[in-house]
Design a protein around this ligand. Structure first.
Ligand code: KIV
Length: 274
């Protein structure tokens, strides 16, 4: 089913609305954002969910992995995104080591994120190992988005960003983890870089929306890192990224023209002066 004005008319996207979208076959469009300006633009375009991904470690902070991102970084960027977004559901990604130590600590950190940023939900990576933390949060009214398949915070365990669930054992584990996350109370699950068929089986088996990234067309929604889909991060080009613009070239041309104008005393002219 296509994008309808009903999707845009809705005042505020809620976790319940996302579940209703799954039930009624309306796809969920999600993007990452890390600041108020970009969040406001995406919000005006009708994006349903804005994820303040821990990909901010790569995109904003210039790290090789998401591991160095701190709880304070997440809170800082999520506050900014919440200021820019008035319709979209804002989800904050819990950073590495903010939810793995104990369920108590995870619960407290998720509470801090919600209270201090004004976002509506948190996301965390993992299956069976995080269900206790997820239950604590959801019992207390903190909506949680799960994340299965490729989990970038475990890069040092797996040694690569290869697709997951390509062998039957791994596929079965991901499938069972999805059922456990739903049981623990997650309102949605991100499925990253898994075979389309496995994503379809999970999507059919759970009642909550699945949000795919490199997980094929059968998920209930899709998410991309915004700098990838707008063509800013061109040295990262996995098959699942579709480029909707080539902003890198546009920015490079504009900045080169500006440099040229300044150096040749062509900017500013008298009309641009007081
Ligand atoms: O950190 C992130 O941007 C994410 C998305 C890729 C799902 O987790």
């Amino acid at each position: 089913m296509g994008y309808t004005t009903k999707d845009l008319e809705a005042k505020k996207v809620t976790t319940l609305r996302l579940q209703e979208m799954k039930r009624t076959g309306r796809k969920i469009a999600c993007l990452t954002a890390y600041d108020a300006l970009i969040a406001e633009i995406f919000d005006e375009c009708g994006i349903d969910v804005i994820l303040v991904g821990d990909s901010l470690g790569n995109i904003v902070q210039g790290h090789d992995t998401t591991i160095p991102v701190t709880l304070e970084d997440t809170i800082y960027h999520t506050k900014a995104v919440v200021k820019g977004a008035s319709r979209a559901l804002v989800v904050a990604d819990m950073p590495f080591m903010s939810y793995q130590v104990t369920a108590d600590e995870a619960f407290r950190n998720a509470g801090r994120i919600l209270k201090e940023t004004g976002c509506a939900a948190v996301k965390l990576e993992g299956g069976k190992n995080v269900t206790e933390a997820v239950s604590r949060m959801t019992d207390a009214g903190i909506p949680v988005m799960g994340h299965l398949g490729l989990m970038p915070q475990s890069i040092h365990k797996f040694g690569s960003y290869r697709a997951r669930g390509t062998d039957p054992d791994e596929a079965e584990k991901i499938f069972n983890d999805a059922l456990l996350l739903e049981k623990a109370g997650c309102f949605a699950i991100v499925l990253e870089k898994i075979p389309a068929e496995l994503a379809k089986n999970i999507t059919d088996a759970v009642h909550i929306p699945t949000i795919g990234i490199g997980a094929g067309p059968y998920c209930d929604g899709q998410i991309l890192v915004y700098t990838d889909m707008l063509g800013l991060t061109v040295d990262f080009s996995p098959r699942f990224v579709r480029r909707y613009a080539n902003l890198l070239n546009i920015i490079k041309d504009a900045v080169a023209n500006y440099c040229n104008d300044v150096k040749n005393s062509c900017f500013p002219n008298l009309e641009e002066s007081y």
